[in-house]
Design a protein around this ligand. Structure first.
Ligand SMILES: NC(=O)c1ccc[n+]([C@@H]2O[C@H](COP(=O)([O-])OP(=O)(O)OC[C@H]3O[C@@H](n4cnc5c(N)ncnc54)[C@H](O)[C@@H]3O)[C@@H](O)[C@H]2O)c1
Ligand SMILES: [Zn+2]
Length: 361
């Protein structure tokens, strides 16, 4: 079975896409990690899917502690990081445990953050269980908690030792979550993989149902793109990793303007991708037909393509705060054609304002 690699010298690691946890112990053994760990997860998720995971690891000789956190973004907090660290410190072991993040992006970000700072960094393993986490947040080593002022404001780059995506778990995701993850997969197709894009167009129902073959294609191809880009630009310093932000300039602003309740991440970036594609068309950088295909696929997936009922002022404020604007120029990822994007910091402000306004109603 294919294993994808994030190539970062001594920080390199594999991404395994599998349909059970059977091969996890063997992969962990190859990393020569101590066989004691701490699994971070949610109570409900553990009840639903955790038994198999814990049994496989314990049978292989792992000693495991289990810590649960509430199922909300609020778990990405100092308070929760402190609790987790106290729990780790209380075990008093000479060799720190391997942390396992068993959950979506919330668990992954919190666990990665704690792994980055506890005893100046301990190994951790991502066991992502949502589509968004399998295709995106578990890969690339960005780990952060939120501050009341802004999301992901305290964090670190700390790469996991292994990402093991069990696609068998995705079928229990609620529909809104599946659609939201699909938004991110559509992004990968649009920015880097025309064959993936065409696959999504042809097999949308199977993709939404998380059927095994469709789920495998989505997770493998998206992971491969993210792995390639992270390998080239780990710290987001060369303008390559920025390509992953197709749809995210406006998407992040919408999430903030909607106080992270109005839209899920995938919904917000769906609208953001439409606006970015429209901008690309108006700037003469992209054929209109390509944009229309993108909009049609997002609509068919049940994702929004326009932001209704949002305060324009709030979006504008959020755009101005966008971290990508720190150098004073808005950075947009433009679509050239399906499968290719270009990062631009030279968008004429009047065109930008007009296009963005047209997507807010
Ligand atoms: N580090 C990064 O690079 C990066 C990238 C994108 C997003 N993120 C972060 O990811 C977070 C969002 O992650 P998310 O969308 O995975 O949401 P999430 O972690 O909040 O999970 C969503 C819900 O799905 C449930 N769930 C998880 N797996 C399930 C399964 N198999 N079946 C049924 N229910 C399941 C969870 O218990 C939770 O209630 C945000 O905090 C965001 O900032 C990080
Ligand atoms: Zn995203």
């Amino acid at each position: 079975m294919k294993t994808i690699r994030v190539a970062l010298g001594e920080r390199s690691y594999p991404i395994a896409v599998r349909s059970s946890y059977r091969q996890l112990p063997q992969l962990l053994d190859s990393l020569r990690l101590p066989r004691h760990g701490c699994v971070v997860s949610h109570e409900r998720l553990l009840r639903r899917h955790g038994r198999g995971l814990l049994a496989v690891l314990r049978r292989a000789g792992w000693r495991l502690d289990v810590v649960t956190v509430p199922e909300t973004e609020a778990s990405k907090s100092w308070a929760m990081a402190r609790q987790l660290i106290s729990r780790l410190a209380a075990t008093g072991a000479m060799r720190p445990p391997v942390l396992f993040a068993f959950g979506g992006g919330v668990v992954g970000d919190l666990t990665g953050f704690v792994a980055a700072i506890y005893r100046r960094g301990v190994p951790y393993v991502q066991l992502p269980t949502t589509l968004l986490a399998q295709v995106d947040s578990a890969i690339g080593g960005k780990a952060a908690i939120d501050l009341p002022q802004a999301k992901n404001f305290v964090g670190a780059f700390h790469q996991p030792r292994l990402v093991y995506s069990n696609i068998g778990l995705l079928r229990t995701l609620p529909l809104r979550q599946r659609r939201s993850g699909l938004g991110e997969v559509i992004k990968y197709g649009a920015m880097a993989d025309p064959a993936l894009f065409a696959f999504l167009e042809q097999h949308l129902a199977a993709c939404l149902a998380m059927e095994p073959r469709a789920a495998r294609v989505m997770v493998e191809r998206s992971s491969a793109i993210k792995a390639r880009i992270v390998s080239q630009d780990e710290r987001d310093a060369r303008g390559i990793r920025a390509q992953l932000n197709f749809g995210h300039t406006l998407g992040h602003a919408l999430e903030a303007a909607g106080r992270y309740r109005r839209w899920t991440h995938g919904e917000a970036i769906a609208i953001g991708m439409c606006a970015a594609a429209q901008l690309s068309v108006e700037l003469g950088r992209c054929p209109r037909g390509q944009m229309q295909r993108l909009v049609a696929l997002l609509q068919a997936a049940g994702l929004p393509t326009r932001a209704r009922g949002v305060s324009r002022a709030a979006v504008r404020r959020a755009l101005a705060y966008d971290k990508k604007n720190l150098r004073g120029r808005p950075r947009w990822v433009l679509l050239r054609r399906l499968g290719r994007v270009v990062v631009s910091e030279a968008i004429p402000p009047t065109t930008l304002q007009r296009v963005v306004s047209a997507y807010l109603s």
